[in-house]
Design a protein around this ligand. Structure first.
Ligand code: HEM
Length: 121
């Protein structure tokens, strides 16, 4: 018998090195596939720990994609469990955005200090 996972259990696997997703009631561990995905890793990562059936089917993936998916199958979704809210853990792009924000603040601060210096001359 295959392993059954609840939404709650699946939701715990939402980081870049541990990514599970659900497609059509089946659970897949796609961690190792993320960086090979032709559609980009972020698009899957944003759905980490959730049911991605609609998103997967909307794209109209090929039979090849389905074959790759089959290899990553780890079990079935417990359909009696309730979906939980999942927020992906640490996104690479978000991190650099934060650094960008810090840089803007620092430059802004320096400009203010210079303006203050000259205005008070
Ligand atoms: C986790 C399971 C997935 C597998 C195994 C997979 C596999 C693939 C493969 C093999 C392709 C190349 C085209 C094709 O053969 O159909 C592809 C393309 C693509 N996939 Fe996925 N995919 C997965 C999940 C997703 C999800 C959840 C999304 C979107 C929300 C997505 C979005 C895309 C997009 C946008 C492309 C088109 C890339 C392009 O042609 O520029 N994929 N995927």
């Amino acid at each position: 018998m295959s392993q059954i996972y609840t939404y709650e259990e699946i939701a715990k696997h939402n980081s870049p090195d541990d990514t599970w997703i659900v497609i059509e009631g089946k659970v897949y561990d796609v961690s190792k596939f993320l960086d090979e995905h032709p559609g980009g890793e972020e698009i899957i990562f944003e759905l980490a720990g959730t049911d991605a059936t609609e998103n997967f089917e909307d794209i109209g993936h090929s039979d090849d994609a389905l074959k790759i998916l089959k290899k990553m199958y780890i079990g079935d979704l417990d359909k009696a469990s309730k979906p939980v809210k999942v927020v992906p853990k640490v996104e690479v792009t978000r991190k650099s955005d934060e650094n960008g924000g810090l840089l803007v603040c620092m430059i802004g601060g320096i400009c203010l200090a210079i303006a203050y210096y000259y205005l008070n001359d």
